[in-house]
Write a protein that binds this ligand. Structure first.
Ligand SMILES: [Zn+2]
Length: 231
């Protein structure tokens, strides 16, 4: 494989650099909930997503969890682990099934050191991830469940590139670090106002414009960081 891949970071590289990376990758299709990186472990592989969405989630010792990052076609799972060996408190799994290009972390680390072009692209992606993480950290503490759910659905939609997404209310509660009953109330309110529809584990964004108005400003900040990557 030497052509474009669907992964925006790889496709933004020169053909020469992309061809080198692809010669070291294996394309694999992974189902929803596949665990890509475990908490505290140095991963053997990194994953460039060509479709699907990965969630970066921190689970506390007492059991609560919240999502602190989303990764789609704009980047790769495992970029942070190219920078150093500090264990990560998060785990990363697929919240939406997808096609990935899997590569040994050591191979990518070698190219990260030797290729300025690749390093610059990955560092830009890591900066975008950091901006998103900072914003979500404050959002999870300061904003109400409805505006957070709206923000999260829009961020997922940006990466899924589809208005309809498969997700249970229990899953949404885990991602937002809130109770399922709260998600049920908030999703019902968004549905009654015609912003989303929720049926049989599928959420459809009916009015993106109105959902953006219901979301906190965190969506705008995260969206701008995302769209700045490959404009
Ligand atoms: Zn917010």
């Amino acid at each position: 494989m030497t052509g474009t891949t669907g992964n925006l970071l790889l496709d933004a590289l020169s053909v020469e650099t992309r061809t080198t990376i692809l010669s070291l990758c294996r394309q694999i299709e992974l189902p929803v909930r596949t665990l890509l990186h475990e908490q505290g472990e140095t991963p053997a592989y990194v994953y460039f997503l060509c479709s699907g969405i990965a969630s970066v989630v921190v689970t506390m010792a007492e059991g609560g969890s919240a999502e602190v990052g989303l990764i789609g076609r704009e980047g790769l799972v495992g970029a942070m682990q190219l920078l150093g060996s500090t264990p990560t408190p998060s785990q990363t799994f697929l919240q939406m099934e997808g096609v990935t290009l899997r590569m040994r972390r050591d191979d990518l680390k070698t190219l990260f050191v030797t290729s300025t072009e690749l390093r610059n692209r990955i560092l830009e992606f890591i900066q975008q991830q950091s901006v998103t993480l900072e914003q979500i950290a404050a959002c999870n503490k300061l904003h109400e469940a409805e505006e957070r759910l709206a923000r999260w659905l829009l961020m997922s939609r940006d990466r899924a590139d589809n208005d309809t997404m498969t997700m249970t209310q229990e899953f949404m509660a885990d991602m937002l670090g809130t109770r399922r009953t709260t998600v049920t109330l908030v999703a019902s309110s968004l549905q009654q106002r015609g912003l989303i529809s929720y049926r049989r584990g599928k959420v459809t964004i009916v009015s993106r414009h109105d959902l953006e108005k219901a979301a906190c400003d965190c969506y705008r900040v995260c969206h701008e960081a995302l769209t700045a990557l490959y404009k």
